[in-house]
Write a protein that binds this ligand. Structure first.
Ligand code: TNX
Length: 538
């Protein structure tokens, strides 16, 4: 008998070990809690799908997924008291004690229950979809488990620069699809820059007629300082307001907010090409920038400029429901302001310290305007220089220092430090094995190891870190495929640092156990991605 008991114990132990090999059941980002159970639910054409409200957008998303993936075309029913077995139930009940955006997913052989409110239900469905096999089939097996899950951060973002190169509505939607599958919830749309203005503003048609087109584009890496070669195909493109509304709805159907960015006072040369009178030296001949880098031609802090930007932001705010409106603030060289009599007089009149004070005055004025419309500004960390606008949220990109300083001043922060792997325009492997990029080497392991709450902050200050974001600048990204290549699989690592509790993070489990299944899914979905270097090498 003792040896039989021993054998039983051994069997039990091996079963547990086999399960432990994949404690997160392949799910990315890793859930807060996963309890596996024996057996599986068999989803077939006979399965009933029921919901509290069948026309809920998360429910509609799930039924269209089933229609596409297993040709399941039955109507979603309303829950009745005697649901019986072979039922998937999507509900907002049973969510007691769950934090915002959280869900419970209970899979038994008889029933699957996805419980969550709003985004929570949508995320529960995303997890359930990840548990389904890749192959199209009429019947699929889903392993039994109880999963309870909610995000670490409320803001989980990815930025796309559509100015340096323009990307179609279709591509933007593909980008949003990827975000949704990985529970990312803020798409930062970088819409204006020196090299192109990409949003239709009804009051100023010259912005799209003139500022959205550049005559030629530097090719090669401008940092080499080798003689520059130009591709003289004109590059243009902008989104009409109708297209923007369509993208906003598409994103909202996936619980993604879009944060629009209108750059000021710097990165404004394209706008100045359309409206030279907004510069401090209107006699100069401005053109939409054709090379990369930082440009001296910035908006003049004049009443004309403020009126123009208020008009632009009025249309932007009418379009975008986002609480946050990003007004840039980065890389605004002060040379022109230093040499301008108008600016120097203004500094004296307003009793400002210097040009940085003038930039603060500029941002604070715009903040007042945005706040008057019930919205809040985000600015890049340069908005700290010369004093923060009272209600601003800081996006910390030049390392974490700006974010730390802002949190210490009780301002909200979104961490996106380039030095910590969050700049996904940088290369992901050895440069000689990579396509042309702005440089750097930020492999997926580096972004994975980033923790957005710096230890120097007190718990109270850490609460100001609202989230984390990866930025995809597109100077060297000319095609849709290259966007995907730069984004993937780093975006999956981002989703885990934005969502999962620190204690659940484990790079080996992420990269070796779970990632391969996701790469297979990306293959199937036709996305291009970088093949990460094996752990331990390179
Ligand atoms: C800095 S990050 C910029 C961008 C460039 C990027 C290239 C930031 C706020 N400004 O204008 O595209 O570096 O990595």
């Amino acid at each position: 008998i003792p040896s039989l008991l021993f054998a039983l114990l051994i069997t039990a132990a091996t079963t547990v070990n086999a399960q432990d090999a994949d404690p997160n059941m392949g799910i990315i980002p890793a859930p807060v809690s996963v309890k596996k159970a024996a057996g599986e639910f068999i989803l077939s054409q006979e399965t009933k799908i029921q919901a509290d409200t069948p026309n809920n957008k998360a429910v509609l998303f799930f039924s269209s997924f089933l229609a596409n993936n297993m040709a399941y075309n039955k109507q979603v029913g309303i829950r009745n008291a005697n649901a019986g077995s072979n039922v998937i139930y999507l509900t907002s009940t049973g969510t007691e004690g769950l934090p915002a955006e959280g869900y419970r997913l209970i899979i038994t052989p008889q029933q699957i229950t996805v419980a969550g409110k709003g985004a929570g239900l949508f995320y529960g469905i995303q997890t359930l979809m990840q548990l389904m096999p890749l192959e199209r089939a009429a019947t699929v097996k889903i392993p039994c488990a109880t999963i309870e899950d909610y995000p670490r951060f409320g803001y989980r973002g990815v930025m796309l620069d559509v100015c340096r190169h323009f990307f179609s509505v279709e591509m933007v939607k593909r980008y949003i699809d990827l975000m949704a599958g990985y529970k990312l919830n803020n798409f930062h749309w970088h819409l204006t820059d020196d090299q192109g203005w990409r949003i239709e503003i009804k009051k100023y048609p010259r912005l799209t007629q003139v500022a959205s087109v550049r005559a030629q584009t530097v090719i090669g890496n401008y940092r080499d300082r080798t003689p520059q070669q130009f591709d003289n195909t004109p590059v243009g493109g902008f989104y009409t307001q109708d297209q923007i509304r369509d993208v906003i709805k598409y994103a909202a159907d996936r619980y993604i907010n879009i944060v629009p960015e209108i750059e000021m006072p710097g990165h404004a040369q394209a706008a100045l090409a359309a409206f030279p009178e907004l510069s401090c030296d209107p006699k100069l001949d401005y053109k939409v920038a054709e090379t990369w880098g930082v440009f001296n031609n910035i908006y003049c802090p004049s009443e004309k400029t403020f009126h123009f930007l208020e008009d632009v932001l009025t249309e932007v705010i009418d379009l975008f429901p986002s609480k946050y409106i990003h007004i840039g603030g980065d890389e605004a060289p002060k040379t022109v302001w230093k040499n301008s009599k108008f600016c120097q007089d203004l500094i004296k009149k307003l009793k400002l310290k210097d040009e940085h004070g003038l930039q603060s005055y500029f941002i604070q004025r715009m903040e007042k305007f945005v706040n008057s419309k019930g919205r809040s500004i985000i600015g890049w960390d340069e908005i700290l220089e010369g004093g923060l606008a009272p209600n601003a949220t800081v996006m910390s990109w030049r390392g974490e220092e700006g974010g730390i300083a802002a949190a210490q001043q009780n301002h909200d922060v979104i961490m996106t430090p380039g030095s910590q792997g969050l700049y996904i325009d940088h290369g992901q492997g050895k440069l000689n094995q990579e396509p042309l990029s702005i440089g750097g080497n930020e492999p997926v392991s580096k972004i994975y190891s980033y923790n957005p709450t710096p230890a120097v902050l007190t718990p109270g200050q850490q609460a100001h870190i609202k989230g984390v974001q990866a930025n995809l600048w597109t100077e060297y990204i000319t095609t849709d495929k290259k966007v995907e290549f730069m984004l993937l699989p780093r975006m999956l690592a981002l989703s885990e640092i934005a969502w999962a509790p620190v204690a659940n993070k484990n790079y080996k489990d992420f990269a070796e156990i779970r990632l391969p299944g996701h790469l297979a899914w990306l293959d199937k979905a036709g996305y291009e991605y970088h093949v990460p270097v094996a752990i331990g090498s390179a």
